[in-house]
Write a protein of this length. Structure first.
Length: 263
């Protein structure tokens, strides 16, 4: 009975989340973030310096999930929820530690080493996507929407103090990308949302356009609270990095899944 409960709620292979496992996953994520904050304090590095260097690793994890969705990679626990999050998380921490060690014995910045590692492991996924092919029209359509909406906030950056704080614009843009991937997939191609709260709001409003005010409003509020209440730099910046990843990773997964499924 207990084994079935664990498998049904946490180590399942079918897509989708419940309120229960969403809360549990959130608590586990919180504990992991606390642990990573301690790591960054020990190595005396700024987590937000990894906003761009981590992109190849995020791409690797997200495109791997997209390749599973399109039956190119097998649907196994390592590549499904939550196995893939554990795998990518542990891999990232390992790469971080290795990069710090290499930096100490060379003139190469640890952030550049992380980018190189991430780019190397991403290569097989890129090759498979190229071989499979992508829908260029949808790719351009999604990117144009993302550029347009993100561009509005880039132009407003000097008029909104909150967006001038380090990392905030990148965090917001990542979640705008996630909102765009959800909107296009659901409103134009009949996909469905897997998370509990967005599903409820989308069903109420009748359109995934609700994701834009939902995402933008919540993210700006969270960033405001973090900058106002969290004075310790490493904790402040690690929270932002975590929120950034939580927006960019599913956004890339949804985007990639769509453009390679509609070739």
């Amino acid at each position: 009975m207990f084994k079935e409960f664990i498998m049904d709620n946490f180590f399942y292979l079918h897509p989708g989340y419940t309120t229960f496992n969403t809360i549990i996953f959130g608590l586990i994520l919180g504990m992991i973030i606390l642990g990573i904050i301690k790591i960054f304090n020990k190595i005396d590095k700024d987590p937000l310096d990894l906003v761009y260097p981590l992109i190849p690793i995020i791409l690797f994890g997200s495109t791997s999930r997209a390749l599973v969705d399109n039956h190119i990679y097998p649907r196994i626990h390592l590549l499904a929820t939550p196995g893939i999050y554990i795998f990518i998380g542990l891999l990232t921490i390992l790469i971080l530690i290795i990069s710090i060690i290499i930096e100490k014995h060379s003139n190469i910045k640890y952030s550049n080493i992380i980018t190189i590692f991430g780019s190397i492991i991403l290569i097989p996924n890129i090759i498979l996507i190229i071989i499979h092919g992508i829908n260029l029209e949808i790719t351009i359509f999604e990117l144009l929407i993302w550029f347009f909406i993100s561009g509005i906030f880039i132009l407003l950056r000097n008029n909104i103090k909150l967006l001038n704080n380090k990392g905030n614009l990148e965090v917001l843009s990542a979640h705008i990308f996630d909102a765009t991937s959800t909107f296009v997939a659901m409103d134009f191609f009949g996909y469905y949302e897997q998370h509990v709260l967005p599903t409820f709001l989308i069903n109420m409003s009748g359109t995934a356009l609700i994701m834009y005010p939902l995402k933008i409003g919540i993210i700006l509020l969270i960033l405001y609270i973090i900058d106002k209440e969290v004075d310790e730099k490493t904790t402040n910046h690690m929270l932002k990095l975590a929120i950034y990843i939580l927006g960019l990773a599913p956004g890339i997964r949804n985007f990639t899944t769509l453009i390679i499924s509609l070739v």
